[in-house]
Write a protein that binds this ligand. Sequence first.
Ligand code: NAP
Length: 265
Amino acid sequence: MNRVALVTGASRGIGRGIALALAKLGFDVVVNYAGNAAAARQTAADCVAAARADGRKVRAEICQADISQAADRRKLVDFTKQTFARLDLLVNNAGVAPNVRADILEAGEESFDRLIAINVKGPYFLTQLAAKWMIEQVTHQASRFTSPPKIITISSISAYTASTNRGDYCVSKAALSMLTPLFASRLAEFGINVYEIRPGVIATDMTGPVKEKYDKLIGEGLTPIQRWGTPEDIGRAVAAIASDAFPFSTGEVINVDGGFHLRRL
Ligand code: NAP
């Protein structure tokens, strides 16, 4: 029986890269999305094809759910239970940038509330739901879980990097970064390890509108590894964790940022 991963925001961008990497590893995947069903269907079909190309047979099913809504989070977990009857890996990836970048002296509460709801409250309470189910699984069905369940959250270099024209985003990612130490501490006794992956500048729809700005910055040496990151870069890091490469690590932050976080002189 395949292991099962639930990846939020897997229709596009980084989430799609993660879903593909997990399918190649032999995971069945729940491809969550907010509104773009066509993109979600494409990711699911590509997951099945990518696994087949590696000689594996997996299932990938799409599920619409807005992670900022409690009823939708419940729906997502119920869908996973009904469809696959197990959960080995939750990847909290879905997240949004502000619709308009606005100076912190002017930016309004509406955008702040939206980002906190989707980027923080959503993953926090989805993790709570998933963690309770994972505990049930390892407690009552231990023989089915030879590789322990895991939780991975995709945060951002914005957790510690100040961008004064999107303070709401930075604050949401800084808050999200507390999720991993909290759940890692609480879940270790059940053998459930919890990780944060902190991407740098990654080429997706989210960064499309600022492509020229970042092209220039990267060209000028913003990152020691002088290129854009890709969804595949993040997928590979998730796959390493999913392959049990870090059994004695929990609460760990893995920077996948081309070295952006290094202090240099
Ligand atoms: P993206 O290309 O804009 O894709 C966002 C994904 O999230 C889509 O699949 C979207 O679904 C889904 N989504 C949005 N709101 C949702 C909601 N309320 N409920 C469920 N799903 C929702 O973004 P990305 O660049 O791949 O970013 C993915 C994650 O990485 C985010 O958390 C982002 O903050 C983080 N990140 C990105 C970068 C970067 O440079 N791109 C860097 C660091 C961190 P639909 O297709 O249905 O809209």
